[in-house]
Ligand binder design. Structure first.
Ligand code: ZN
Length: 364
């Protein structure tokens, strides 16, 4: 595979050949890998093609919108994103398989759907990111950092999602569709609950129980309720477009070809059925089916003497008895609640930054 190190002319012979192959195979990964930096001159290239009862249009490297010729009811606009962290290959393979099914005519798309492979540059070097963590740069936070690939990509991804939800370039006028964004990830750190989802902070809005039932159908029954605005991709869609949105952690990071895709079958099947408007037969929400967590607070690193008393490879959602001294610093951190659990611990952060998030079980 040859990788281009600059933007590629979408009307070039090289790209046109690759795109024509994609129209046959639906292999979105094969179309994305060689053109990691993105496309230019899209307006002079023919990036649209017909599917059975739908039209597909490539917007950029790793960004493809599919519109059915007739919209199913109730109206839905759906974003399914993967590879925002480049080494998280299983979600990319899920999206790739969905697109193969669709392009090869084995699955129909009934709702406007935007498919994304988020960070092709870091994907090609099997890294979480190349310069900056892309999933901290949304909601305009990319403006605060120095020029780099992720800064540009965050700005472009925001605009593609904004245009999609606003029906820019769509065959359909803006309508009252319900909006959805499932941002699929896998994690480096082991987790006591292998699959979990972060439900972005909702402010005054209630948590949506039907969406939790949908997550469960995707094989995800551990939910962490967000406690504050953030720069994640799912929060961007939730806060700006009222999308039902989640950051979905589907298990452990592995390389391409090393994923046991049967472990992701629930997510793949449920998302596929969702875009096809099949009856999902969701089981009504029941607290007993879930591990729900709310945020208690942060463990903050105040000085260079900070010491986090947990193993480097501790699993997310590991819980400690009340009274456990978890961090020593100018200000110690001692657990105070039954079932208090740690997520995303990282002692190697800057002064006054979060070294871990502490959560406790809750119910809806
Ligand atoms: Zn990730």
């Amino acid at each position: 595979m040859t990788t281009n190190t600059s933007l590629i002319d979408a009307a070039s012979v090289e790209f046109t050949e690759a795109f024509n192959a994609f129209k046959e195979t639906g292999d979105f990964l094969a179309l994305t890998q060689p053109f990691e930096q993105g496309l230019t001159n899209q307006e002079n290239a023919d990036l649209m093609f017909s599917l059975e009862q739908a039209t597909a249009k490539l917007l950029d490297t790793g960004v493809l919108v599919i519109e059915p010729n007739e919209l199913a009811q109730p109206l839905k606009n759906i974003v399914i994103s993967s590879g925002i962290h480049g080494n998280e290959t299983a979600p990319i393979e899920i999206v790739n398989q969905m697109l193969k099914d669709i392009v090869q005519g084995q699955r129909k798309v009934a709702h406007r759907t935007l498919f994304i492979i988020g960070n092709p540059v870091s994907m090609n070097i099997s890294k979480r990111f190349s310069v900056e963590n892309l999933n901290r740069l949304f909601c305009g936070k990319y403006k605060d950092i120095a020029p780099c690939y992720e800064k540009e990509r965050a700005e472009k991804l925001e605009s593609y999602v904004r245009n999609f939800f606003n029906h820019v370039g769509s065959n359909f006028a803006p309508n009252a569709a319900t909006t959805y964004h499932y941002d699929l990830h896998t994690a480096i750190r082991p987790s006591k609950h292998e699959k979990f989802a972060i439900y972005p902070y909702q402010g005054d809005k209630p948590w949506d129980k039907e969406q939790l039932a949908f997550m469960r159908a995707c094989g995800v029954n551990t939910i962490l309720f967000g406690h504050a605005p953030s720069g994640t991709f799912s929060y961007y869609s939730s806060a700006n477009f009222s999308a039902h949105a989640f950051t979905v952690e589907l298990g452990k990071v592995r390389g391409f070809g090393e994923n046991d895709m049967s472990k992701f079958a629930d997510a793949y099947n449920t998302l596929s059925a969702f875009v096809s408007n099949e009856d999902l037969k969701l089981k009504a929400f029941d607290n007993a089916d879930f591990n729900l967590f709310k945020v208690l607070g942060d463990i903050t690193k105040y000085t260079d003497n900070f010491k986090l008393n947990v193993a480097d490879d501790v699993s997310n959602f590991t819980d400690y008895p009340a009274g456990t001294l978890l961090a020593e610093d100018e200000q110690n951190y001692q657990t105070s609640h039954e079932g208090e659990s740690i997520v995303f611990p990282n002692a190697n952060v800057g002064i006054n930054q979060r070294a871990a998030l502490m959560v406790i079980p809750c119910q809806l």
